[in-house]
Every structure is written in structure tokens, then in C-alpha cells.
Design a protein around this ligand. Sequence first.
Ligand SMILES: *Cc1c(COP(=O)(O)O)cnc(C)c1O
Length: 639
Amino acid sequence: MNKTELLGRWTKEKSEELYGIKNWGAGYFSISDKGEVIVSPYKNNNTTAISLMDIISGVRERGLDMPVLLRFENLLDSQISYLNNSFNEAMKNLNYKGVYRGVYPIKVNQQQQVVEEVTRFGQNYHHGLEVGSKAELVAALSLMKDKEACLICNGYKDEEFIDLGLYAVKMGFKCFFVIEFPGELDIILERSKVLGVQPYMGIRIKLSAKAGGHWTESGGDRSIFGLNMSQLIEMVDILKEHNMLDCLKLLHYHLGSQIPNIQDIRSAVLEAARVYAELVNEGAPMGYLDLGGGLAVDYDGSNTNYAYSRNYTVEEYCTDVVEAVMSIMDSSNIPHPVIITESGRTTVAYHSVLVFNVLDVEKFEEYEIPDKLDEKAPEQIKNLFEVSKNISLKNIQECYNDALYYRDEIRDMFKHGRISLRDRAFSERIFWNIINHIAKEKQKLKHAPPELEDIESAIADTYYCNFSVFQSIPDSWAIDQLFPIMPLHRLLELPKRNAVIADITCDCDGKIDRFIDLHDVRKSLPLHEMKNGDDYYLGVFLVGAYQETLGDLHNLFGDTNVVSVRINPDGTYELVKEIHGDSVSDVLSYVEFDPKAMLVSFREKAEEAVRAGLITASERKEIMRAYDNGMRGYTYYER
Ligand SMILES: *Cc1c(COP(=O)(O)O)cnc(C)c1O
């Protein structure tokens, strides 16, 4: 190997830096010496790490096709431990006299497997559940066993919901009704009397504190949920009137999800703690302070107050929360409450990885253009050609404007029949060479003109991938959320291409063209050149929170295959559960088609074709088999 090759050699360290895996991987994801992404159930301890490529071949051998959602139960467990240990540690260090009792909000990932694992493993810490609807309460009661854990009922509650919750209390569960609307109190009081159950009551308040970030609507004065201070006092008075103030045990607020700035978290805790202290002064027994969700996930690994990051660690969050609660309680001589948080995103985001293969690539390459133009070429094409010859660092903005101007003029001429298709095609090649050249020059500039902001993605390759953005990462489409995405192998090779990702829905929104970056948002993702015939796999990470049930059936791509993986302490792994994704007939029946009737009607058409002599009877058999196979097939691209 000569010196330049040696200097230029690509290493796993370079891949780590390029894809930022150490920044967002939270110690769970890293790159092996073989250049593959590995997952390890214990933070920063790779002794039991498993390569995602090994899991993919295991999944393939069992006959499951891509895309597959991999769920790592160990990472769920690990995050629950991490959260509880961090709170316990902070409480010990600060000499806090209360305890921490986390609850998992089911809405963040309602899959049975996930909720079951959270309740099973959560028993170690008395980690409970939060529900926001009757359906979620019904689900929670089927899975919860731990009577020490809290079961928090938020959301609008009808009589059925309330009765069920009251029976849960009767059965010994710590089931709290959190009043979100003033109107709820009456039926809770009435049903408690009828059923003879003393309810655990809580109140959700609106804080004046507001938080930055994407999901801030739930906090703040104008949020639709929770009571304002005047309604709160009214509630206290009604409870006093009914001699029921001794049921009021909990204060709750929820500022919104993914709060990137620790200052916002602190000021909300301080405000809520003050309200809590005042409720104690009013004579309510209290005992529980429920700070809602909001603990953010660092999706881009930048550790900043950017919307998809956070400027604090879980440990810092816990310390700040405990400290803030303590400072208010101590100054009013009030016993330290049980601190509850409803952290959903942080609990489940890490445990799921979406993996898929690349189906095809449309490369962007420089076109071959002759040095000189034909004398008879149209004037506008000559002008465009001139632009292409004169690009320099000084005039890229001007060249860009000129190129757009001449291109539009040429398109117009084409519409009016003044130039041929061949000439128009030729002009577009020149145009794209200009754009390519400008993009290269732009990289040398510190401050590029704003018009050129997206130019890299315009000249990126398109990697067509076997998944649906709408089904599997809906927040990427709906709110431009960023998730870490990277190849799962070949990480000892230089990724030579810059790409955007297109899914197979063929919808112009079915693409990903914004990627994580430490300082900014990257407009293309470095990927490896496809090798003839070899599979190339990508992973989208940290997709365990909010993505699964928000997904839709765009273009009738259904649920993906799901495989649950459990990594054993000896470094082996098991595929503990596999759920087959939707078949074509599944998704058709979701939109009210009747697969059986469709088969009958298609068979009639085939029979007509036999009668008309278009196909033979044995061809009819083959055609029917193809139709039937299509019905049974996976909705994604099958090998
Ligand atoms: C959505 C929600 C949560 C979860 O918030 P995360 O930021 O995901 O932890 C908690 N509590 C309530 C009331 C919610 O609506």
C-alpha cells in the first residue's frame, strides 16, 4: 500500500464520526471492527454486542423479508433502569426524603409486546403506567400486576372509564383520576358514592411556563388541557364542600414532549412545586407530584437545545428536577412528595430500529458535453453553454441566476414548438452540469448565498429503499423530525456517494432529504456505491417512540414485519417473537375490499377471456395463481 492510500484509508473511527453514532447511540449502538453496526444491551459495554447484519441474515433465513422493525427488549429494560437509577441516585445525593415512581404513557407505543415488557420489567422499580383513554385503561388493567406502582388516568373520562378506574382502586391498584376538565369532577364524585370507593384524585394544571420545541402546545396558558388557577381553586372549594378534599393527592402538568432546554424544565417544576405547596396549605393531603413527560431524546447527538436534541443528560434532568422540588418544599416546610414522571419518548425511542434494503439507485453524474457547440444551435442554448464555461467562485450566484433564466426560456420555447426535444434534452444536460459545478464551488465558501442552500440535495443521488416513510416513520414526513440513519455494514469503506432517500410509495413526499448533523441539518447522506448484486442495508434508529401507530396506509403499504430480539448475557441472541406484516389482502380489507369476492370477480374475467379465446384454460390456472400469490404477498418489495 503506498502512502496516499494509507493516508486516505477509511476506518471505523471515520464512520463513527461521519454518522455521529457515538453521539446519538447512547452507548447502545456502535461500530464493530468488521465495520458493522452492533447493538449492545448494556450501555458502553460491547462484550455482549450483536451485529445487526447477523440478525438480518437470521431473519432472512427464517423467510421474513425487508423491511423489518427490530425491537430490542433489552434496551427497553435498560432505559427503565437508567431512568429509575438516575432519579434514585439524584435523590440519594441530595438527601431527598421522597421516592421516584415513574409511569410509562401507553400512547407513546401501545404495542402489546412493549407495554407488557414495560410492566414486567418495571416491577423491579414499581414503574407504572399512564393511560389517556378507556381503551388504554382496559389494556393497562390486563397487564399490570404491581400494586405499588401508580396507574395514572389522564384524558376525558366518561362513566364507564370512571367505574372501571374505581373498581381498580377496589382491587388494590393505585389508580389516580387526574381531572383535566372542570366538568369531570361531578361524575367522579357521584360514581365514587354509588360504588362506595374513595378515589385517588389528581388535578392537571396549566402553567404559565412555556417551553420551546415542537410539541409545546400542551404546556402554557393557552393549552387545551388542564385547569387554570381560578378553576383549580374552584375545584378545591367544591371538594371541601363535599368533604372530599382528603381525596386530593396529586398535582400534574405536562409541558409537551421533547423539551430541548433544561431551563424550561426547571422553571415549570418550580412553578408546579409552588402550586403543590399551596394545595397542601389549603388542607389537601397531596403526596404525589407528577411532572408529566417532556424528557427529550438526543436524536441528532448534538447535545444542544435544537428541537431534535436536548442540552442536558438524563442525570442532569433528574438532579435539576429533584433539586427544584426540594427547594420549594423545604422553604415551606412541606414533606417531600413522591415524584412521578411520565417519560415515554426516552423510555421507548431507543429500542426499535427500522431496517431495509436499497432497491435501486439513480445516480447523479456529470454529463459529457462537447467542447464546442454547433453553429446552428439556438441562441439560448449557446447562452447557457457560455454560462457553463465561466463559473468561478466569484460569480456563482450570477451563474446560478443566469442558468435558471436560460433554462426557463428554453422550456418556454419548447412549449411553443420552437426547439426540438433533442435540443431541450441537450440544454438540460448543460444545466445540470452547471448546477453540479456551482455546488462544488459553493463548498469553498464560508457563507454561501441563501438561494444555494439546497443545491446539494438537487444533485444528490437518489437511493430507492424498500419501506414507506408514511407507515414507518410518519413524523419524518409530518413534522420534519430527524432520525439518525446510516448503513449497517461496509463501514470500513469510504462512502463515496451523497444521497437522498426515496421510499417505494412513489409519492413525492415519500422521501428523506434532511439528515442529522452536529451543527446544522445535512441535505444529503453519504452512502456507499452499490455493488452489483449485493444487498445494501440501511437502518433508521431511535424509532421506538410515537412512530408505530401514527403510521398510515399510504399507497396501501401496510405494517412491516416485526421481530423482537432478546440478547442473552452470554452474547447469544434469540428472536423471541415475530409478527408478520400485513399482506396485500389485509390492507385491502382495511379499506373495505373483500378479498374473496375480488378473487371470484377476477376468476369470472379470466373465464370470459378463455371463452373469447384470448387465453387457454391452463393459462387461466397460471393467471389465477399469480393473482392469488399477489393477494397473499407482503405489501413491500419481496425477493
Ligand atoms: C404524551 C404525553 C406524555 C409523554 O411525553 P414524552 O415526552 O414522550 O415523555 C406524558 N404525559 C402526557 C399527559 C402526555 O400527553
